[in-house]
Design a protein around this ligand. Sequence first.
Ligand code: PLP
Length: 428
Amino acid sequence: MAEKTPDFETLQIHAGARPDPATGARQVPIYQSTAFVFRDADHAAALFNLQEVGYIYSRLTNPTVAALQERMATLEGGAGAVCCSSGHAAQLMALFPLMGPGLNVVASNRLYGGTVTQFSHTIRRFGWSAKFVDTDDLDAVEAAIDENTRAIFCESIANPGGYITDLDALAAIADRNGVPLVVDNTTATPYLCRPIEHGATLVVHSLTKYLTGNGTVTGGAIIDSGKFNWSNGKFPALSDPEPAYHGLKFHETFGPLAFTFNSIAIGLRDLGMTLNPQAAHYTLMGIETLSLRMDRHCANAVKVAEWLERDPRVAYVTYAGLPSSPYYDRVARICPKGASSLFTFSLKGGYEACVKLIDSVNLFSHVANLGDTRSLIIHSASTTHRQLTEAQQIAAGAAPDVVRLSIGLESAEDIIADLDQALTQAGA
Ligand SMILES: *Cc1c(COP(=O)(O)O)cnc(C)c1O
């Protein structure tokens, strides 16, 4: 009988982890060590020349972080993965080998607020730019791509409204234009959505959210499908001789691991946005229960969204898991196990009612985070999306009369009871 391929539920516990060779420790140890002893001078030279894979210095590689990288690559179905210090670091590190002065990324206009800011302002300091488009308008996406475009960037389930992106359609456009599709899969996690199966080249994550799952870690990851042809003339950092490695050509030398090796050898080495082993350990433990948590997050979100939709004080609810959502049909195709637990709703009482509601909740925490065991609430327009213009806020689904929820793992009845009393107090 052919050996069975392990299921997601098994891989989330076992991928990347093996009993510690030195001690037999069953849980992945926290290798809290800056440096690793070389066997001899030849071993050291081989490691520095990238002729042998091993541990040198924890800015580059660390065994605890490596276990997490292997688990993330496995769960996303990629060839390799690199972890880094935050989701925002992952976005920069994903774009870093692709971009250069004068080059641009075509990005969805429905993104995490911090990403809109990073792409609108900060990347300009590198001479890069972003062109924001409505990714539901495929003609607009195609039209935005020019000879200086080096990536298309979107979120699989987009913040803050929980909209579902048609990844297959964007991947086809990316393919035709010889550029990678980069998908931020933070809100979905690989349990709900596997962007590489829909044609994505790179997947980026904020480990900070559902993956760790309990609000204890800041971290990020980039997973490479290993399938993109980096030698099509547009990506010299990956195809051409690298002067800092004696003329090594990453794509020619490392094939499907070209992006991953480049991200470690150049990205982490020189940008230094490294994940620490303690954070990697918390994230590994969080991922062990990812499927269980995501099933419950989704089930709770459906109950809360259905209740809100029926409430006369509520103008509308954006949750894609509701049959009334224009994105409902895409859930089955893009994230068949559920639409995650992040969505917004609008209050008939407008901005004032939103602010009062947030000051009236008890169970919900008013924080700028998502994907926690706890239910979280925020008024995006005055916080996470505050740096955006009102037009950008409306396009992003963060209009002034909208509140964002991240539904946690408490009982759905308790979550609903808290919203009910807060809506009453808000006089919404
Ligand atoms: C939080 C978040 C980020 C940024 O991640 P950090 O870990 O906070 O840097 C990026 N994208 C999405 C969708 C997020 O939710």
